[in-house]
Design a protein. Structure first.
Length: 116
């Protein structure tokens, strides 16, 4: 099983980044996909969820209207489009695949730094 995140980097406040997470080794289309983030000295927090078929999404208030999660089940990939980035969005972003009561997989994380 592998989840490989990419697309992180340094961006100025107000800018955009698109994260990708390529999955392999499991039935991607059967899993809810999540993006989490963890800033230095803080707990990991959920920033976006998309159900297995992509029919439903969830965002906490901190990112709602700025972040958009999507998935391509044919490519076994989930994306996180991040717009209007703020310094407080700086964190390591992690991809997670979850099938409740079955499995819970994590990627290695990708750093996002929002700074001028």
């Amino acid at each position: 099983v592998q989840l490989v995140e990419s697309g992180g980097g340094l961006v100025q406040p107000g800018g955009s980044l698109r994260l990708s997470c390529a999955a392999s080794g499991f039935t991607f289309s059967s899993y809810t996909m999540n993006w989490y983030r963890q800033a230095a000295g803080k707990e990991r927090e959920l920033v976006a969820t998309i159900t297995s078929a992509g029919g439903s999404t969830y965002y906490p208030d901190s990112v709602k209207g700025r972040f958009n999660i999507s998935r391509d089940n044919a490519k076994n990939t989930v994306y996180l489009q991040m717009n209007s980035l703020k310094p407080e969005d700086t964190a390591v972003y992690y991809c997670n695949a979850r099938r409740l009561g079955v499995n819970d997989f994590w990627g290695q994380g990708t750093q996002v730094t929002v700074s001028s």
